[in-house]
Write a protein that binds this ligand. Structure first.
Ligand code: SF4
Ligand code: SF4
Length: 514
């Protein structure tokens, strides 16, 4: 059988159907496009309502019944009164708000509550949907299911994703597993966290609309982000003016004294993006600009040419209390302009807080587990800041990236490559030469109190449960002597520093004529 879909009769019938649908739903963009394609002019029939969007295709009803399996919606009434709704047009007890109906609806007649309102709090890097790819460059680049949001994990229903996944790659019964892998060296590249600026009440983050963090702006300006790359205020309009506040949580003795090293440059990148995408005014509030990398100074000059307004002075406060008519309905940034020597109030539509970098919350735990110390600012401590920036005090454990201190992408890449090289050279060495000065525990004397284990800063001592004695792993021991001085029974001794050797050295030093 041959089915023809483009005969004059079929096209004529299609035009009449589109004309009828357009008469019912004159505002639906998709229908207008279809009508244009088919050459349908103004419908001959008068529409009942101007704002009707449902064309009664029934796709939503089928999705709810056949895919989700709950039948929360169906057709009601007959003839011109026919509509799609919940039973008795009442709020449904069985609707699980999965949004499948809204997804399949071709005209946008069904929307989830609040879906059309841009909410900046949702720009957080938290999961936008229960099943999602964590971020565009994720490795592996595969979706994950967030069990906090997954309807199936919470109610046992749904499994819409199962039905749509043709290769059957989704397994809802999978659970987290831990695996032990033996390795020769370890690279810690655990990264950083953005500073939590909700603690800085003066900037209104979380309280005032349109005050967002740098990471939220990054997500918003990303083409794959929630606004498709458009820069929008919470009411969905492009901002006419944007203020960017530098050093939020950095170079501040109340929080972190160090410079986060990346914020000046990413703040200027934001300024460039705002100018390019919205042509709005951009104000950068800075203490001093640290454009230290290759090409960075040139980028600063480019921002100046693009008419970004740089105000030297840290933003002191963001308020929505207006004092002049031009401040009405705006956010007002208050700062001391240290070049003009005066306090200024700058009204803007959006404020971006250039938040600094802080150590991850689990840095202390990770450091303890890998016997890696931390510097005063909480980042992992390298063996030597200039001569051994990738090594740690523990042999075979290396550092890469912002877990060692704030750094930008080129520096992180360089340090990562260096750490990988160091780890590879260790693996390929075959024989490793150890320092001769290590500790040893005499198993005949050891009482099994485990004090040595608690005092060893390098995690070099383990407990032999069978023989009930402590044992030194010589490859890890640094010969610091903490165990020897802490051991109450004298079982732990430092090689080459036995009491009689030290006493002999003292006696030799005190001998007459020496
Ligand atoms: S949200 Fe899901 S369950 Fe509710 S009506 Fe739509 S498809 Fe059915
Ligand atoms: S079962 Fe699949 S589709 Fe349903 S909520 Fe969970 S992830 Fe989403």
């Amino acid at each position: 059988m041959v089915v023809r879909t483009d005969t004059p009769e079929v096209l004529e019938a299609r035009k009449v159907i589109v004309e009828l649908l357009l008469a019912r739903c004159p505002q639906v963009e998709k229908l207008r496009e279809l009508a244009d394609q088919l050459g349908v002019g103004k419908p001959r029939f008068e529409p009942d309502k101007d704002d009707e969007k449902c064309i009664l295709c029934g796709l939503c009803v089928r999705a709810c019944q056949e895919v989700v399996g709950v039948s929360a919606i169906n057709f009601l009434n007959r003839g011109p009164d026919r509509i799609v709704t919940t039973p008795y047009d009442m709020p449904s007890d069985v609707c699980i708000a999965c949004g499948a109906c809204a997804q399949v609806c071709p005209t946008g007649a069904i929307r989830l509550d609040g879906e059309d309102v841009l909410r900046h709090r949702e720009l957080d890097l938290g999961p936008p949907k229960a099943i999602h790819v964590p971020f565009a460059q994720a490795v592996p680049n595969a979706p994950i299911i967030d069990t906090q949001s997954c309807i199936h994990a919470k109610t046992g229903f749904c499994k819409v994703c199962d039905k749509f996944c043709e290769p059957g790659a989704i397994n809802h019964d999978m659970e987290d597993e831990s695996e032990e892998i033996e390795v020769g060296s370890i690279i810690l590249a655990t990264g950083f966290e953005p500073f939590d600026c909700s603690a800085l009440l003066q900037y209104g983050y979380g309280r005032l609309p349109n005050v967002i963090t740098g990471l939220e702006f990054e997500l918003m300006s990303n083409a794959g982000g929630p606004t498709g790359g458009k820069i929008l205020t919470e009411d969905g309009k492009a901002p006419a003016s944007v203020g960017i506040l530098h050093c939020i949580g950095s170079r501040d003795e109340n929080y972190n004294e160090y410079c986060s090293r990346v914020c000046c440059m990413y703040a200027m990148k934001f300024a460039h993006l705002v100018r390019e995408k919205t042509h709005g005014d951009v104000y950068e509030f800075y203490i001093d600009l640290r454009a230290f990398g290759k090409g960075y100074e040139e980028f600063y000059k480019r921002c100046l040419r693009e008419d970004v307004i740089f105000i030297r002075g840290k933003g002191a406060e963001v308020t929505d209390v207006c004092e002049t008519p031009e401040e009405r309905g705006k956010l007002v940034i208050i700062c001391e302009d240290t070049l003009l020597g005066e306090v200024r109030r700058i009204p803007v539509d959006m404020v971006i807080l250039a938040t600094g970098l802080v150590p991850r919350k689990d840095a202390a735990e990770v450091g303890r587990r890998f016997s890696v110390g931390r510097s005063k600012d909480g980042f992992f401590l390298e063996q030597h800041p200039k001569l051994a920036p990738i090594s740690t005090a523990s042999d075979g454990i290396f550092l890469a990236g912002a877990c060692q201190g704030p750094k930008d992408i080129p520096d992180s890449v360089a340090q990562g490559a260096a750490a990988a090289g160091a780890a590879l050279s260790l693996s390929g060495a075959g024989v490793i030469h150890l320092e001769p000065i290590t500790s040893a525990i005499d198993d005949k004397v050891c009482g099994g109190c485990k004090i040595c284990i608690s005092v060893c800063p390098y995690g070099a001592i383990t407990f032999d449960d069978e023989n009930k004695v402590s044992v030194v792993t010589e490859a890890l021991c640094k010969g610091c002597g903490s165990c020897a001085s802490g051991c109450p029974s004298g079982a732990a001794r430092q090689r080459h520093f036995a009491d009689n050797q030290i006493l002999a050295e003292i006696a030799g030093a005190l001998m007459e004529g020496t």
